[in-house]
Design a protein around this ligand. Structure first.
Ligand SMILES: [Cu+2]
Length: 182
């Protein structure tokens, strides 16, 4: 019994040390760091109210350089393709002033109306309840340093699906893009 206890203490000590890891950036959460073959797109939301990526990649339509990033204009996907989007907000401002989400909506959604209606939907993470049935998938609203990962299946119907950030003013500021299913 005594030996067992001793081993447990050693184990706890070793485990504790390993968990501390010493200064390296900790992973977001165990369930977000996975390698299961699903295409994962790392997107950053910036203080310029843009969706950006760190580098170009197949299946991404990128535009102008935006500081250290590339503007992300569109994501190309096959019908029914499984996709994962990891959105991270990088900001110098408090979350109440600068947060981002990424909400993908059905074809035919009036995104301008959706964004405008969502301005007053703070209690619902800035997703207007009246438009919820047109939202295919959305991340949480994220302040500086926060990340959310969504895994979803691209629609079967080909078309250009809008995604927007619904934080007040960000749609108007150009925080938009398209999921091109083809
Ligand atoms: Cu935003």
């Amino acid at each position: 019994m005594k030996k067992v206890l001793f081993s447990s203490v050693i184990f706890a000590l070793l485990f504790g040390l390993a968990a501390c890891g010493g200064g390296e950036e900790a992973p977001q959460a165990a369930d977000e760091v996975v390698d299961d073959g699903v295409r994962t797109i790392e997107i950053v939301g910036t203080d310029d109210m843009k969706f950006v990526v760190r580098e170009a990649a197949e299946g991404l339509v990128t535009g102008a350089q935006a500081g250290q990033y590339l503007l992300l204009e569109a994501i190309e996907a096959a019908p029914g393709e499984e996709l994962r989007i990891r959105l991270t907000t990088v900001s110098n401002l408090p979350a109440t002033a600068m947060s981002h989400n990424l909400a993908l909506v059905e074809l035919g959604t009036d995104v301008d109306a959706f964004a405008r209606a969502s301005i007053t939907a703070r209690d619902n993470d800035y997703i207007a309840p009246a438009f919820e049935d047109q939202v295919i998938v959305t991340t949480r609203m994220l302040g500086n340093g926060e990340t959310d990962t969504i895994t979803f299946t691209a629609p079967e119907a080909p078309g250009e699906y809008d995604y927007v950030c619904t934080f007040p003013g960000h749609f108007a500021g150009g925080m938009v893009g398209k999921l091109i299913v083809q």
